[in-house]
Ligand binder design. Structure first.
Ligand code: F0G
Length: 482
C-alpha cells in the first residue's frame, strides 16, 4: 500500500505476512556460468536449483493466501457436478458481473477455444498488441494480427499514463481498409504484456466499444491483468479516483462481448476461463470444452486449483492485495531511473522492463540484446528474467525471415506477494553494476532454433567469449561475495 512515512523515504508497505517460506539458493558465479551454458543461454531452460530470484514470470508462481490453501483442502473431487466448480462459477460471475462461464486449463486454452470458434482463414484481428500465445493461436486458425497500439508505446521513457491504449484512428482505418466482414472481433489486452505491462484507460475502452458498435463487431478482452489495470485506472484516471477496484472491473467487463483470463495470473492459482453474457456465443464455445479441456465442471483444472481460484478472485478486488505488485515495480523502476539505468517508464504491471536496446547499445539487434542482457543478469545475480524482444518473435512463417522486434526488453516479473524489499535492493544493486560494466556483455546467436515459439526451447551461444570476461570482472569487484 502507499502509506505516508515520517522521516524515511517511503517504500511500498505489504499488508500481509509470509506464513510459509521456501529456501532459496544463491550460488557462485562459476556455478551459474555452468548452468547458463547447460541451458543454451536461454533462461527458460534453466533449472530452479541454480536460481536465486525467479523473475521469469508472474504466471502460476504467485504466493497463495492461507485462505486459498485452506480452501484447497475442501475440494469436492468429482468428474462432473463438483461443488467446487459451482463456487468458482459464482466467484467468476461476481468478479466480472457476467453470467456464463467456461473453465479452461490455462489462458492459452481460452485463446484456442475462441480462435477455433470465431476465426477463419483470411481474417484480420485488430488489437492493441499481441501476446505470444495469442498470435500463435490466431495464426494457427488462419488469421492475421494487426497491432494498432498508440505510437507513444515505442517511446520507452515516457510519462504517458496509458501506453496500452489502442489508436482509435488506426482502428477505424483498419476496419475501412479490410472491411468489417473479415474481422471476427477486436481484441484488447489489459494490460499489454509485451510492451511492458502498460495499462489501458477506460476512456479508450469505451471508445473501442463505440467503434465496435458502429461496425457491429465483437470486443474480446484479455483480462489476465485486469485487476492491476483497474488499479492504474483508479490512480491515473480522474473519473475513477474514488471507485473500488471491483467497480472499475465491472465498468471494463460491461464493454466486452467475451472476456478470457489466465488463472495463473488473475486469482493467483492455476487454470483459466472464458466469460460472456451472450448465450449464443457461450453455446458456440461450450461444445469445444469437453473436446479439448475436460468436462464442463472442471475444464482441465485440478479441483484444488478451482477452490484456490474461487478464493483468489475475491482477494483480487482488494486494493491492499492488488497494489503490491505495481508498487514494488514502481519502487524498483524509480531507483533504477535514479542511476540512469534505461528502464521502461512509467512503471507498469507484471514486472520491471529493462530497455536492452539502450542498455546494450553496442550489441546489434541481430545478436539479440534482450537475450544477452537476460543471460548476463543471471550470471552476476542469479536473477532469472525473460527476453521480450526479437527472440520472442518467430520468423515470418511465409518467408522465413527474421522479424526484429520494435522493443528489446528484459522483463523482470514481480509475482504477487513473493519477494521482499531486501531482495529488490540486491537486484537493483546488481543491475546498476551490470550497467556500469555493460561494455563487457556481447551478443548471442542461435545454435538450435525451433520453428514455432522459438523462445521457449531454442538454444543459443555467446557470439564471443564475453561471459568469461564478465565473470572475471565480477570476481574482482565483488571479491568472494556471491
Ligand atoms: N494472455 C496474456 C496477456 C498473457 O500474459 C498470458 C500469459 C496468456 C494470455 C496465456 O496464459 O500462460 O495461462 O496460457 N503470460 C505468461 C507470461 C506466460 O509469462 O507473461 P497462460
Amino acid at each position: 500500500m502507499n502509506i505516508k512515512f515520517n522521516k524515511l523515504k517511503p517504500v511500498p508497505l505489504e499488508i500481509h505476512k509470509p506464513v510459509i517460506v521456501q529456501k532459496l539458493n544463491l550460488k557462485s558465479i562459476e556455478e551459474r556460468l555452468a548452468a547458463m551454458q547447460k541451458a543454451g543461454f536461454n533462461t527458460f531452460l534453466l533449472d530452479t536449483s541454480n536460481i536465486f530470484l525467479d523473475m521469469l514470470t508472474d504466471s502460476g508462481v504467485n504466493a497463495m493466501s492461507n485462505q486459498q490453501l485452506a480452501a484447497m483442502m475442501l475440494a469436492d473431487d468429482a468428474y462432473s457436478g463438483s461443488q467446487s466448480f459451482f463456487k468458482l462459477e459464482k466467484a467468476v460471475q461476481k468478479f466480472f458481473n457476467m453470467e456464463f462461464f467456461l473453465p479452461v486449463h490455462q489462458g492459452r486454452a481460452a485463446e484456442h477455444i475462441i480462435a477455433r470458434s470465431f476465426i477463419k482463414p483470411g481474417d484480420i484481428l485488430p488489437m492493441n498488441f499481441h501476446f505470444t500465445t495469442t498470435r500463435a493461436h490466431i495464426e494457427l486458425a488462419g488469421g492475421t494480427v494487426e497491432e494498432l497500439i498508440i505510437d507513444e508505446v515505442f517511446n520507452v521513457t515516457s510519462s504517458h499514463p496509458f501506453k496500452g491504449n489502442i489508436d482509435i484512428k488506426k482502428l477505424e482505418e483498419c476496419i475501412a481498409r479490410v472491411g468489417a466482414k473479415r474481422i471476427p472481433f477486436i481484441r484488447m489486452e489489459v494490460t499489454t504484456n509485451l510492451t511492458g505491462g502498460q495499462p489501458v484507460s477506460l476512456e479508450n475502452l469505451r471508445a473501442v466499444r463505440k467503434v465496435a458498435d458502429k461496425h457491429k463487431l465483437m470486443l474480446v478482452i484479455d483480462a489476465c491483468l485486469i485487476a492491476e489495470n483497474a488499479f492504474f485506472i483508479k490512480q491515473r484516471e480522474k473519473e475513477f479516483a474514488h471507485s473500488s477496484i471491483q467497480e472499475i472491473i465491472h465498468e471494463i467487463s460491461k464493454l466486452a462481448d467475451i472476456i478470457y483470463f489466465s488463472g495463473r495470473k488473475l486469482g493467483a492459482a492455476r487454470g483459466g476461463g472464458i466469460v460472456t453474457n451472450n448465450k449464443e456465443l457461450f453455446e458456440k464455445m461450450k461444445v469445444l470444452i469437453p473436446l479439448f479441456e475436460g468436462f464442463f465442471t472442471y475444464g482441465g483444472m485440478s479441483i484444488r486449483e478451482i477452490e484456490a481460484l474461487a478464493v483468489g478472485l475475491g482477494e483480487f478486488t482488494d486494493e491492499t492485495v492488488i497494489s503490491q505488485m505495481p508498487l514494488f515495480i514502481e519502487h524498483v523502476v524509480n531507483e533504477l531511473v535514479s542511476f540512469n539505468v534505461p528502464v521502461v517508464t512509467p512503471a507498469g504491471a507484471l514486472g520491471v522492463h529493462l530497455d536492452a536496446k539502450k542498455f546494450l547499445e553496442h550489441v546489434p539487434q541481430t545478436e539479440y540484446p534482450a537475450g544477452a542482457l537476460a543471460a548476463a543478469l543471471f550470471l552476476i545475480s542469479g536473477t532469472r528474467g525473460m527476453e521480450r524482444g526479437s527472440i520472442s518473435m518467430d520468423r515470418d512463417p511465409k518467408t522465413g525471415k527474421e522479424i526484429l522486434s520494435e522493443l528489446e526488453l528484459l522483463r523482470l516479473a514481480v509475482p504477487r506477494r513473493v519477494f521482499s524489499l531486501s531482495q529488490m535492493s540486491f537486484l537493483i544493486d546488481r543491475i546498476v553494476w551490470l550497467f556500469e560494466n555493460r561494455e563487457l556483455v556481447g551478443g548471442l546467436k542461435f545454435v538450435d532454433e525451433p520453428k514455432v515459439l522459438r523462445f521457449f526451447g531454442g538454444r543459443l551461444g555467446p557470439v564471443n567469449n564475453w561471459p568469461e570476461k564478465l565473470v572475471k570482472k565480477f570476481k574482482i569487484d565483488f571479491q568472494d561475495s556471491l
